[in-house]
Design a protein around this ligand. Structure first.
Ligand SMILES: [Zn+2]
Length: 456
């Protein structure tokens, strides 16, 4: 163990009690971003965080956005040294169903090693260990890079404020490395480095036929049926082998390297377990790729809902006047979201069944995919640090989900991004009785301190 490593660990031991009691204070703010009645709580929490960051030696302030304020703090030593940017979010998910909480969500309770509260893991517990690592590094004079911290208050509610403000903050967020802890490990708890997230676009498709619901006897066989037409239109989006039939959709897809495929497939995808959890076999998507490859490296078009006509008890003999489908498409590295949305729209227009009027609405580009370079020095260093701290070789995971604001932040800051967190599905983020473990808080602290200590 180097002397720096041992003094970082000693600093934790000497301050653990205070760290945890500060975390408990932070968890008391009911920062539910989706509920406007908590706007004041969000602002108070942001102020509390700014004070905490000032207290450890960063210059901090609140950045106003059209939504909740963003906490920004920095400590610039030397413009020629590398800069590390830390991202987190202080807002939390709503707490309902409240009846299922064993203790109140904003009155943190510590039982054994576990801290129960909304936000304990997602994301207050996870970004706060980074702040405490920064505190230790500054107090121990072990930091020789510039530090920036950005904490938003709307991650659980679209990240709108930060998203629209980022272009103005280009200089402010400029950095060499971006550290994101708002992620999980694989279920087994092995240390995990997230290597990619998919992008996402969305739209609503409407087919209009008759001007009102028609009698299916007097009109059946004469009037075209929007429900049938929607089924036909939706069916044109995919081929029988599960691939997407939209012309040009795969043209820009960045193929994974052989090494990336190998790394992705080295995480065991347990088909039986998947069926046990979800109730279905993992048979969606393109047949020629493994489930891990399909999640990490392949785009999708999913129908999130189709509605038309009558769905109540018994029957109703009509030809419905219209049908609606909600569609989202997950994108991978290489695909430009605006272009892909355009291709999907062209496809829908040219395949609209006769007799139907097509209307497209809610067209939205949330953001592109992000893929981390497997050879990135940040990833290599993180792998070494994780192995050193846990004794376990980390796994590499290409995630199927999307966090558009982080993709935007990574691009705007120009930083190499590292996604490492110590959350786990069992911590029940977003659900009642969310908790985080003190031992993982400590592990996160040690990891962050080691990563930041020597700069890039
Ligand atoms: Zn989160």
């Amino acid at each position: 163990m180097t002397s720096a490593t041992s003094s970082i660990a000693r600093y934790y031991a000497n301050n653990e009690k205070r760290f945890i009691s500060e975390l408990v204070e932070l968890l008391k703010f009911p920062t539910i971003s989706a509920d406007p009645s908590h706007d004041k709580d969000c602002r108070n929490c942001a102020k509390w965080l700014a004070r905490n960051l000032s207290g450890i030696g960063l210059k901090s302030r609140l950045l106003e956005t059209p939504g909740k304020p963003v906490v920004f703090a920095e400590r610039i030593m030397d413009r020629n040294r590398p800069t590390i940017l830390v991202y987190g979010h202080y807002d939390v998910q709503p707490v309902d169903p409240i009846d299922l909480w064993k203790t109140p969500p904003f009155a943190p309770v510590i039982k054994g090693d576990n801290i129960f509260a909304r936000g304990a893991e997602d994301n207050k517990g996870q970004f706060f260990y980074v702040i405490k690592a920064l505190e230790a590094l500054i107090a121990l004079k072990l930091v020789d890079c510039n530090i920036k911290v950005i904490l938003e208050g709307e991650e659980e509610f679209s990240s709108h404020g930060m998203s629209v403000s980022l272009p103005k903050w280009k200089q402010l967020v400029k950095a060499d490395s971006l550290i994101v802890t708002d992620v999980n490990t694989v279920n087994s708890g092995e240390p995990t480095i997230i290597m990619g997230l998919r992008g996402i676009v969305q739209l609503t498709v409407e087919l209009d036929g008759p001007s009102y619901d028609l009698h299916s006897g007097s009109n059946g066989g004469v009037a075209p049926n929007p429900a049938t037409a929607m089924a036909r239109l939706i069916a044109t989006l995919h081929k029988d082998d599960g691939s997407i039939a939209v012309k040009g959709f795969y043209k820009d897809v960045a193929e994974p390297t052989r090494n990336e495929r190998k790394m992705a497939n080295s995480v065991k995808f347990d088909k039986a377990q998947y069926k046990k959890i979800t109730g279905v076999d993992p048979v969606g998507g393109e047949k020629r790729f493994s489930p891990a490859e399909r999640l990490g490296f392949r785009p999708t078009i999913e129908v999130n809902g189709i509605h038309s006509g009558y769905g109540g008890p018994g029957s109703k003999t009509i030809i419905p006047s219209k049908s609606i489908a909600k569609i989202t498409s997950r994108l991978v590295e290489g695909q430009d979201p605006d272009k892909m949305l355009g291709l999907i729209i062209d496809h829908l227009k040219s395949n609209t069944p006769v007799g139907m009027k097509l209307t497209l609405s809610d067209k939205h580009v949330a953001g592109p995919a992000i893929k981390i370079d497997a050879g990135s020095t940040l990833v290599k260093k993180a792998a070494l640090v994780l192995k050193k701290l846990t004794g376990i070789k980390p796994v590499y995971l290409w995630e199927g989900a999307s966090v558009p604001v982080i993709t935007k932040l990574a691009r705007t800051s120009g930083a190499d991004t590292l996604f490492v967190g110590f959350g786990n599905a069992k911590h029940r983020a977003h659900a009642p009785n969310e908790y985080f473990e003190k031992k993982l808080f400590k592990l996160g602290y040690l990891f962050a301190a080691e990563m930041i200590q020597s700069g890039k």
